[in-house]
Write a protein that binds this ligand. Sequence first.
Ligand code: DGY
Length: 327
Amino acid sequence: MQKHKKILVTRRWPEAVEHKLMNLNADVTLNLTDEPLSATGLVQALEQYDIICPTVTDILTADIFARCDRVRTRLLANFGVGINHIDLAAARANDVAVTNTPGVLTDATAEIALTLMLMSARRCGEGERHLRAGEWNGWRPTHMLSAQVTGKRLGIVGMGRIGTALARKAYHGLGMTILYTKRTPAPAPVVEELQAQHLPLDNLLAQADFVSLNCPATAETRHLINAAALSKMPQHAHLINTARGDVVDEKALAKALQKGDIAGAGLDVYADEPKVDTALLNLSQVVLLPHMGSGTVETREAMGMCALENVRRHLADEPLQDRVRYN
Ligand code: DGY
């Protein structure tokens, strides 16, 4: 008789999904403490489990794969769409398939990008801290003035699913003009619906009042927003990042904000999570959220169900639904 496949889920998942996982015809190990795995824990997991369900906190580098005596894992069913924490070349070399959860977190993440844009422009973080500190002494015409968002220009770097969802909310909800960068132009119906202008990055940075990063983290996009890029943005502009911390040179961003080269920033992701650069923490004109983009009950359940479906298909020897192409 064939032995049950061993599955490891590296963090707590929404209860409904964990319940379904436990009903799979497999030997499932949940992480009841929710402690992230150490590097050694990840090596052991690759040696001992047929399937691992990792997430963004599991940094599966080439070195982790290289430290294994033998990689037993055949599937990494990632909980999340971003897979920059997995060395895909090492996964391929070790014959490990990788899946992610595209599509289901589009609106939730676009909502957080929109929230950050509004919070940064309208100084909402500052305002809330001011009130809670007991510093508010009443309404006055010149108190905490900020920038209006309605009707301004939004530049979207990476017009994929999330970028497009954000563009829709901004165009239809706030009457914003949509500029975007993308390797190839967006589909004609999208361009027509949003009157969106396809621009090279430098032109977008120079023209947009708000720049939202919605591109994947790759070798090409690492520090895409560096000192040179920031210097192209107008002084009243705001930078929003819900993609990955690596896309921004955080030191250069802190400097640009300190010098007043740009007006503000709204960040949900950081290069070395959960650490946040002290220079950014000390700046009042930056809104800082703890990687909450996909964090709605509905979305996290949908992400779990999506990862679960990839696991189910692997167990049933069916084609994987969300296989990441890595060659
Ligand atoms: C994603 O799905 O990539 C989110 O950022 C969580 O990792």
